[in-house]
Design a protein around this ligand. Structure first.
Ligand SMILES: [Zn+2]
Length: 97
């Protein structure tokens, strides 16, 4: 039986970096500013669970919860030449909605 050797080999890191058990699509939100909260919600990727007032913008920040992994983000929406959304991972504890 080569199971032990195979297991050891399977533990080797690939060139993709740190091992992530299951990469959720929400990992892309933080690196890009074109994820429209409303579109993501319509696609059932996230749901909006609350808002946070933002003095710098026309619209309040929205607190979004990933439907894939439950991670929360605070999203600031702004407009420069075109609309953008800044997704920041939220450390706030879960609240009952
Ligand atoms: Zn997620």
């Amino acid at each position: 039986m080569a199971t032990r050797a195979q297991a050891a080999q399977g533990g080797a890191r690939t060139s993709l970096g740190p091992v992530v058990a299951r990469r959720c699509l929400c990992t892309a939100y933080r690196s890009h500013q074109f994820y429209d909260v409303e579109k993501e919600e319509a696609r059932r990727h996230i749901r909006v669970v609350g808002t946070v007032p933002n003095d710098r913008q026309w619209v309040p920040d929205r607190v979004c919860e990933c439907l894939g992994c439950g991670k929360r983000f605070q999203v600031e929406q702004g407009e420069y030449h075109h609309p953008w959304w800044k997704w920041t991972e939220s450390k706030a504890p879960k609240t009952i909605v």
